[in-house]
Ligand binder design. Structure first.
Ligand SMILES: [Zn+2]
Ligand SMILES: [Zn+2]
Length: 283
């Protein structure tokens, strides 16, 4: 057992400066990671929307436009690249971004990558049929109703995720089973043979492309009992020798680095390699 695993997060660091559902200054978040002894951290702000239909509700409430968010995203890269240099002696910062998988994302994300040259990307799916399903229970139920059932919702999610991974080759695949977010019966549903077959297909793709799975700690911050992915998927990832790396998915200083020690302990106990891989751009 490797007991000297260094603290790391490869998904998170959302800040109030660049995300309206996060809090605090990006620099204060970086300082928090340094205080906690992190030697490496990946910061992965949400990409700006492709058009106004994909603005978050809190952005609409503030009358922000796609244009405003593109300008803000440009500022994020400039600021984070400066912070990367400023704190180089204390911490190695990987400048990243978290993607989407809604209609038109392929070209949108590739254009953002070409323009901003991030160190790596986190590939996430937050929409089903262009409905943002993880924002609220109401949106989740709406997405499920459109799909016809919760089982169909899961299948659609894992199909979108498969396409996204093939299209973007994200170094980190974000919160693999986020689709379970508002489903109390998720543990059983994820074992449904039709869903399980898609999960295994996606894991095989992740393995074949040498990608990393996000061990996403946001559920722990919400008081839930396990991170994404759930235990049954984590065991499969271990069998397939897929690297799994903690991601705090933090949205403020007080969440930065949260539950990372617990995550490392879980990964150690399960026999995962905790000599973390370094993120790179693969697209
Ligand atoms: Zn967020
Ligand atoms: Zn996400």
């Amino acid at each position: 057992m490797n007991t000297t695993a260094s603290r790391i997060s490869l998904h998170g660091g959302h800040s109030g400066q660049y995300c309206n559902h996060a809090r605090d200054l990006l620099e204060d978040i970086i300082l928090r990671y340094i205080d906690l002894g992190f030697k490496r951290v990946g910061i992965t702000e949400h990409i700006p929307p492709i058009n106004d239909a994909f603005l978050y509700p809190e952005e609409k409430a503030l009358h922000l436009t796609t244009d405003d968010l593109h300008k803000r995203f440009k500022d994020y890269f400039k600021n984070l690249n400066n912070l990367k240099e400023k704190y180089r002696a204390e911490i190695k910062i990987f400048v990243g971004m978290e993607t989407e998988a809604y209609t038109g994302y392929e070209l949108h994300v590739k254009q953002l990558i070409a323009r901003f040259q991030p160190d790596y990307i986190v590939g996430s799916v937050h929409h089903i049929n262009d409905i943002y399903f993880d924002y609220s229970r109401e949106d989740y139920d709406k997405a499920a109703a459109i799909c016809g059932s919760h089982d169909a919702l899961y299948e659609k999610y894992f199909d979108l995720q498969y396409e996204m991974i093939k299209t973007l080759t994200p170094f980190v695949v974000g919160h693999f089973d986020l689709i379970r977010i508002y489903d109390p019966a998720y543990a059983k549903r994820l074992l449904n043979p039709d869903i399980q077959q898609k999960i295994l297909r996606n894991l095989r793709l992740i393995k074949s492309l040498n990608l990393v799975m996000d061990f996403n700690l946001r559920p722990l911050a919400r008081g839930e009992k396990e991170p994404y992915p759930t235990d049954s998927i984590l065991k499969r990832a271990k069998e397939m020798d897929i690297p799994v790396v903690p991601g705090d998915d933090s949205h403020g200083v007080n969440q930065a680095g949260g539950h990372v020690d617990r995550a490392i302990k879980i990964l150690n106990t399960m026999g995962f390699n905790t000599l973390w891989p370094e993120p790179v751009l693969l697209t």
